[in-house]
Design a protein around this ligand. Structure first.
Ligand SMILES: C[S@@+](CC[C@H](N)C(=O)[O-])C[C@H]1O[C@@H](n2cnc3c(N)ncnc32)[C@H](O)[C@@H]1O
Length: 355
C-alpha cells in the first residue's frame, strides 16, 4: 500500500487541545494551536508536546499560521445568543466566525472541520447557520457537509449532540460522515472512580436541601427543571460550562460516617444521601480524554475546560474520513495528471532538429 506523508492540521480556539487529540489519533500532524485563555494554556502545555499560542485570534496575522491541509476549530458558541439579538449575525463583524473566514480566505486549506453546539443550526430561525453556510460555500468556495453527531454513539457514556461542519475545496470530493460506532452506549458505571472520593465532590447538606426545594417549586409550576441524580446504568447529560450542567449529572455514592446526621450543624457538612458531582477524572473520561490527562488548574477551571472541550472519539472518527477523502483526492488527481502527462507526450509536436 502506498505510504502517504502526514496531512497537516491546525487547531484554532484550541482550549485544552481536545480537537488536536482527535486529529492526532487519526494520523494528522497538528502544527499550530492557539487560544486566548491563560488557564487553558496551563492545561494544554502540561498535556501536549507543543505549546499553546496564547493570543487573541484577532491579533494573529495569517502569516503567523503555517500552511496546512486542514483547518479545525470549535469556535465559541456563547455569542450566538447575542447574534440574533436585533442586529443579527450579518452585522456581527466582531463575531469570531469571521476570524475563521479570514484565515480560510488567506490560507486556502484543502479542508476544514468546525464544531459547535447543536442549536447553531436552528439559531435565529436558521438564519445564522444559513449565513455561515453561505459564506463558506459562496464566498470561500468550499463544498460543505454538516451533521449532528452524538458522542453516545461513539463509545462514550455521555449524550453530547454537536454540529460538525466539514468543507472541501474540491467539489468532486467523496465524503461521508462516519457511521455510529456503538448503538448502545456504555453506562456511567464504567467511568466512575473507584475508592475513596474526596469530600469536596459531595454537595453540602444545606446546598442539597436548597436544590430539592428549588426543584419542588418548579415541579409545582409544571416545569421539569432542577437537579438530577443519575442511575449508574444511565449515561450522563452533556457536560457544559457552569453549575447547571453539573447539577443534572449527580450520582449517589457512599455515605461516610461524618456526613450529615441531622441536628443543626448544616453548613458545609456533606449531605446524608451521599449525593455528589462527577469528579474531574470522571468528566474527563466522559469526553474520552486520555487517562494520563491532568489539570494543573482549580477544579472550577477544570470543569469549565472539560465542558468547553470536545468528545475526542467523535473528532477522531470524522478526522479519519476527512483523511480518507483527501488521500482519495490525491490519488485521483495524480491519476489525472499521469494521464495528462502521457497525452502530452503522445501529442508532442514534431520539431525537426536544426541542421
Ligand atoms: C468551545 S471552546 C473550544 C475548546 C476546544 N475545542 C477544546 O477541545 O478544548 C472555545 C475556545 O475559544 C477560546 N476563545 C474565545 N475567544 C477567543 C479569542 N478572541 N481568541 C482566541 N480564542 C478565543 C476560549 O478561550 C475557548 O477555549
Amino acid at each position: 500500500m502506498a505510504r502517504h506523508k502526514k496531512l497537516i492540521a491546525i487547531d484554532l480556539f484550541a482550549g485544552i487541545g481536545g480537537i488536536r487529540l482527535g486529529l492526532e489519533k487519526a494520523g494528522f500532524n497538528v502544527v499550530f494551536s492557539s487560544d486566548i485563555d491563560a488557564y487553558c494554556k496551563q492545561t494544554f502545555d502540561q498535556n501536549h508536546k507543543e505549546k499553546l499560542i496564547l493570543k487573541d485570534i484577532k491579533e494573529i496575522d495569517s502569516s503567523e499560521i503555517p500552511e496546512h491541509d486542514l483547518l479545525t476549530g470549535g469556535f465559541p458558541c456563547q455569542p450566538f445568543s447575542m447574534a440574533g439579538h436585533r442586529r443579527g449575525f450579518d452585522d456581527e463583524r466582531g463575531h469570531l466566525f469571521f476570524e475563521i473566514k479570514r484565515i480560510l480566505k488567506d490560507k486556502q486549506p484543502r479542508a476544514f472541520l468546525l464544531e459547535n453546539v447543536k442549536h447553531l443550526e436552528k439559531h435565529n430561525g436558521g438564519a445564522t447557520f444559513d449565513r455561515i453556510k453561505n459564506i463558506l460555500e459562496n464566498e470561500l468556495g468550499y463544498k460543505v457537509f454538516y451533521k449532528i453527531l452524538n458522542s453516545k454513539n461513539f463509545g462514550l457514556a455521555q449524550s453530547r449532540p454537536r454540529i460538525y461542519i466539514v468543507g472541501f475545496k474540491n467539489h468532486d470530493i467523496k465524503f461521508n460522515f462516519p457511521d455510529p460506532l456503538t448503538l448502545t452506549p456504555p453506562p456511567i458505571s464504567t467511568i466512575l472512580e473507584k475508592g475513596d472520593i474526596e469530600d469536596w465532590y459531595y454537595l453540602s447538606q444545606k446546598y442539597y436541601e436548597g436544590l430539592i426545594k428549588h426543584k419542588e417549586r418548579h415541579r409545582k409550576k409544571g416545569h421539569g427543571f432542577g437537579f438530577n441524580i443519575l442511575e449508574t446504568t444511565d449515561i450522563s447529560y452533556a457536560l457544559v460550562v457552569g453549575n447547571m450542567g453539573r447539577e443534572r449529572n449527580l450520582i449517589k455514592d457512599v455515605v461516610k460516617p461524618w456526613f450529615y446526621k441531622g441536628g443543626n450543624q448544616k453548613s458545609g457538612i456533606p449531605n446524608s444521601d451521599g449525593v455528589r458531582r462527577l469528579t474531574i477524572k470522571e468528566c474527563s473520561r466522559l469526553q474520552g480524554l486520555p487517562e494520563n490527562f491532568t489539570f494543573p488548574v482549580s477544579k472550577t477551571q477544570a470543569y469549565k475546560q472539560i465542558g468547553n472541550s470536545v468528545a475526542i472519539p467523535v473528532v477522531e472518527a470524522i478526522a479519519k474520513v476527512i483523511k480518507k477523502a483527501l488521500y482519495l483526492e490525491e490519488k485521483t488527481k495524480n491519476k489525472d495528471e499521469f494521464v495528462k502527462d502521457r497525452l502530452q507526450e503522445f501529442f508532442i509536436p514534431y520539431t525537426p532538429s536544426p541542421i
